[in-house]
Structure formats: C-alpha cells, structure tokens
Design a binder for this molecule. Structure first.
Ligand code: JHZ
Length: 390
C-alpha cells in the first residue's frame, strides 16, 4: 500500500529554465509516498515524460570533472569484469559514458533530441523513449545486449513494468543490467530532500530494487555504494536463471538499509519532520545574512535547487543570481522562482559574500576550484545535511 509522507508543495518542472518570465508556467503538486509492500519510494503523481524530455533538455552529464572521471572509471571496470560484446546505454545524455567504448559495440537510447544529436554521428543512437516496441526494433533472437547500463535514468521512468520487461527482452542469458541512481539511504540520512523532483519519480534502495526485479523475471545479485551525486547505489541485475551469484556486499547493503529503517514508514515520517526544520533554518540563515547586507548568490543551477527554492519559497529576495557553467542554462531564469542564471565568469566575482551550494553534490570539486573565493573570505552555504555556513 502506498502511503504519502512528504508534501513539497507546488513545483515547476525542475528542467524548465525560462528564456523569459512567463505567466502560464506549468506547476504540479510534488508529494512523495512509500509503498509498504515493496519498499519503493516514489513521487505520488508523476508528470508525463513527454513534458520533461524534450529537445530543450538542459542537463549535460559531462559538465563536471567528477562525473567525467566517474563514468570513465565505471566503463573500464565493466569492460574488464563482463567483457561485453554488445553494450546499450539507456539515457545516454551527451555520451559521457559511451565514449569510453569502441563505436561498433555501443547502442545509445536517448529521447531528448538535442542530446541524441550529440552522439548520433559517432554511435548508433535511437532518439526514442525506452519501451518494449523499441527493444523489439533493436534486438532479436540472435542479437541481445551483454551489458545494459543506465545511470540516473531508470529512476526517471514512471512505467517501471514496461521498462524492466523491455530490458528482460533485450538482455542475453548471462547479460547484466547495471543501473545507478541516488540512494534512498543517503537521501534520508543526509536530509537531501531536494533529490525529490519531477524527474526523480523513484528513489531506489537495494530493498526496493530487489523486490521489483523479482516481478519481471530479473534478479538483483550485486550492488555497490558510490559517492556520485551525494550518494548513489549501483545495482547489478541479471535474468532469473543466469549464472551470477548473490554477493556478500549486496547482503551487507541490505542489512544497512534495514538498520536505517528503509523498510519502515515511521522512518519517512521522521524524515519529513527534519525536512520542515531544514526549510525554517535555511530561511532564517539567509534572512540574517541579507539583513547584514551580504551579497548571496547560488552556485550551480541544479534541478535539485528547483525543489529547494520553491519548497522554501526563496528567490530574488535573497539571491542576486545563480551561476552555472552550462551554456544553455546561462541567460535564462530558474523554474518557478525566476532567479537569473549567468556564467561564473560574469558573476562569481569579488562582490560575492556567500554562495549557496546548489550543486552540493560537487562540494569537493567546487571547494578545490574556488580556493581564491575562500581565501578572500567568501563563504559557502549548504542545506545538506542541515542549513549552515561551511
Ligand atoms: P547536477 C541532473 O540533476 C538531472 P542536477 C538529472 N535528473 C539527474 O538525475 C542528475 O543530474 C544526475 C553546474 N556546475 O549534476 C553544472 C557549475 O556551474 O548536480 C550543472 O548545471 N560549476 C538527470 O541538475 C550543475 O552545476 C561547477 O563547478 O541536480 C550540477 O548539476 C560544477 C561542478 C557544476 O545535477
């Protein structure tokens, strides 16, 4: 049974950066539920993906050094471990993962046409949503994938039944599906409620993935915790009858998840209390700084920030602007709260006193890049795991 535990209020699409401020912006109500049967945490009423994955899609996975390195590392690791002959990536974004493979062995699936255009010259790219009809078009009895990889994508697709059935059709007998998504344990333990937005339809745990895989003739046999995006889990899934054995590290992760209470509704109710406090504390902190005439900006126009700004009702009252390195975000306004986005070259200058870490998941990379800002007395603010100046 699905039980609601968090209401993050009226939210715009996290990706809907605006060229100009318009009156008829799309909003939906963002609430989050826990399914007591399969431990799945999901957005209660998901938005239609056709609204989200358009030819204007903003996020470029290659934009951070951390992620370029992480994708290279995992590509090399998977090649070594499974020696795949045919690899497919679902949600290939700007090609940051597939570019580590030889062109002939890769199939890319990417519904956002602007992104698919970036890889189609070098890799066989299908500019489509992943579903059974596409799986049947690509694969047949004699052609199956040995490795299907998907980072930060499976959690984005509301129809999990269709997604996994299509994967089951496409995978070779001993083939492996590797998916990576933000970890529910990290979200709960670090109070990072901004991992909930329209695109993050699901925030998975090994507990929930294990239950769901079973329903579609698949089996979770391994998992590893990784630091990506503030704490993610990489799941290894195979067909029911395949040779892969359940690993000890998966068993250990499940024990830790149970210890964190990810199988109990009460855990989520407590989380909600902490989220409400976080909202109050962040407002209090920003208010105090503004009263002292400090200039505050936000660093990184992340999708996650859309949730924070709109839930906490903070906008241009506190932030002069947001800086972001992504070209197609610059010159636009943030969804809902309409804070201008400019390049770091233009905006991250000596006039800035405080920078809110919208991209808190890249804290290490940003702190090391912005040593001069810190040296001259500039300070970062974060809301993870609690609102504070770093
Ligand atoms: P970043 C996106 O979420 C959307 P977001 C998506 N739904 C998802 O699941 C995750 O990614 C994986 C900028 N930046 O990656 C670049 C700087 O300006 O945390 C990006 O716009 N300077 C697919 O948007 C943003 O910050 C820097 O030095 O929450 C980071 O966005 C660095 C390091 C980044 O994901």
């Amino acid at each position: 049974m699905k039980k609601k535990f968090l209401n993050l209020g009226k939210q715009p699409l996290a990706n809907s950066f605006l060229r100009s401020i318009k009156k008829n912006e799309f909003f939906y109500n963002l609430s989050v539920s826990f399914d007591t049967k399969n431990y799945l945490v999901s957005v209660t009423n998901p938005v239609n993906p056709k609204r989200q994955y358009t030819d204007q899609y903003a996020h470029r996975a290659s934009e951070s050094r951390t992620m370029r390195e992480a994708f290279k590392k995992i590509a090399l690791k998977l090649k070594k471990k499974f020696s795949p002959k045919l690899v497919m990536e679902i949600g290939s974004n700007d090609g940051v993962f597939i570019k580590n493979f030889s062109k002939k062995m890769v199939i890319a699936v990417e519904p956002c046409k602007n992104l698919a255009n970036l890889t189609k010259k070098d890799f066989k790219t299908y500019p489509n949503f992943w579903n059974k009809s596409l799986a049947k078009k690509i694969f047949n009895k004699n052609k199956k994938a040995d490795l299907i990889f998907s980072a930060n994508t499976i959690s984005h697709i509301p129809n999990i039944k269709e997604t996994l059935e299509a994967i089951e059709l496409s995978l070779s007998n001993n083939g492996v599906l590797v998916i990576e998504d933000p970890s529910l344990k990290s979200v709960i333990n670090t109070n990072s409620y901004d991992q909930f937005y329209d695109e993050h339809v699901y925030v998975f745990s090994a507990l929930s993935i294990g239950e769901i895989a079973k329903k579609y003739k698949l089996r979770l046999f391994d998992a590893e915790e990784v630091e990506n995006h503030g704490g993610s889990i990489r799941y290894y899934i195979c067909k029911n009858e395949s040779k892969h054995k359940t690993t000890i590290r998966l068993k250990k992760i499940i024990i830790k998840e149970k210890k964190s209470g990810l199988n109990k509704f009460k855990t989520f109710l407590n989380f909600t209390k902490r989220v409400k406090k976080s909202k109050k504390d962040l407002n209090k902190l920003l208010n105090k700084l503004k009263k002292n005439n400090k200039k505050i900006i936000s660093y990184g126009a992340t999708y996650k920030s859309t949730t924070v700004f709109n839930y906490c009702n903070i906008g241009t009252k506190y932030f002069d602007y947001v800086t972001d390195t992504t070209l197609n975000k610059q010159g636009k306004f943030t969804p809902g709260k309409h804070i201008p986005i400019i390049s770091p070259e233009e905006g991250f200058d000596d006039s800035v006193d405080y920078a809110f870490l919208g991209a808190w998941n890249f804290k290490k990379e940003i702190m090391s890049k912005e040593k001069n800002f810190i040296k001259r007395g500039g300070k970062f603010i974060t809301h993870v795991p609690c609102a504070r100046i770093i």
